[in-house]
Design a protein around this ligand. Structure first.
Ligand code: SF4
Length: 315
């Protein structure tokens, strides 16, 4: 269970006041070894904050993160380093996370050399192997990041992550900045790596269509809370939550749902001042009085399928 409260300085009139924003609120998420979990929601829903907490980049103010069944806070320094090394993050904009002054061979080889995963004399062939795995020609390793296309830069970021022998990849909008054809190539690469290296993924995206073929399980987040969670096929065949149905309507291929729903209307509210009761009520076409005052609990609506909507109590 995680709760992240970030302090945000907000200017109110002439005063600068500190507000507390709960970017992730009372969330309980289990990711099993070898599983691909798709985490979906609009930008600002807290999914990137969650990804950073899971990857150990950002601390949770309350709650705990268990790594191999043990609370991260109880690990000693060596165990913490090991857990962080085995969890790698792939970002939306690889260029921003690649040092422009380093050659690809240095970018990919730096961490494994530091952590003793490859000896000095063998680092060249070790880097070549990671580049090949990520679908890049090792002959290009003496070049700098700016000499590559967006898709190739993402492959460099993936090779760098693979170089420290991760078990768990947290991909935060990892294909959002790429053309559709390149997106498909990178998604196929993630699936190939899953098979070859037995990787576990948390795949964060604003687009349900992107996670559809990739995920075993899909988790839908809205304003810091999980509103629906189910095996991927179930989410696409039998969505329960009105927010999930509206997100599905935005996936162009799903014509039937597009007719039934008109997508998500309006803007996501500020997490500084979230709506009462069900956070989704100002945008929900089915909202009724109870929705404005009472937070709906995440309850079973089918096998391994949970949803947080008061309509399920009325059914
Ligand atoms: Fe809509 Fe109410 Fe369900 Fe929230 S609880 S999704 S407002 S019907």
């Amino acid at each position: 269970t995680l709760d992240f409260a970030g302090r945000i300085a907000k200017r109110l009139g002439a005063n600068l006041r500190e507000e507390v924003v709960h970017a992730v609120d009372g969330l309980d998420l289990t990711i099993r070894k070898g599983e691909v979990v798709g985490l979906v929601g609009e930008s600002g829903c807290g999914k990137s904050t969650l990804g950073r907490m899971v990857a150990g980049i950002m601390p949770a103010s309350e709650g705990s993160i268990l790594w191999r069944g043990r609370d991260m806070k109880s690990l000693n320094a060596a165990e913490t380093r090991e857990a962080k090394l085995r969890t790698q993050m792939i970002f939306q904009d690889p260029y921003a996370s690649l040092n422009p002054r380093l050659k690809v061979q240095e970018i990919v080889g730096e961490a494994p050399q530091f952590h003793g995963m490859a000896k000095r004399g063998e680092i060249g062939s070790y880097v070549d192997e990671q580049l090949r795995r990520a679908g890049l020609d090792p002959a290009l390793k003496a070049r700098y990041p700016h000499q590559f296309s967006g898709g190739q830069r993402q492959r460099i970021g993936i090779a760098r992550a693979l170089a420290v022998q991760p078990e768990f990849l947290v991909c935060d909008e990892a294909v959002a900045a790429l053309d559709v054809s390149i997106q498909a190539q990178i998604l196929n690469l993630f699936m190939k790596l899953r098979r070859e290296l037995d990787l576990t993924y948390l795949f964060i995206s604003h687009d349900l269509g992107v996670v559809e073929h990739l995920s075993d399980r899909v988790v839908i987040m809205y304003l810091g809370r999980v509103v629906e969670e189910a095996p991927a096929e179930e989410v696409f065949r039998r969505p329960n939550h009105p927010y999930t149905k509206a997100l599905l309507a935005e996936v162009p291929r799903i014509e039937a749902r597009k007719r039934a729903f008109a997508g998500v209307k309006g803007e996501i509210p500020s997490p500084l001042d979230p709506p009462s009761g069900c956070h989704f009520h100002p945008r929900c076409p089915f909202a009724f009085d109870r929705c404005r005052v009472e937070r709906p609990a995440l309850r079973p609506v089918g096998p391994a399928h949970r949803s947080a909507c008061h309509l399920n109590d009325a059914a």
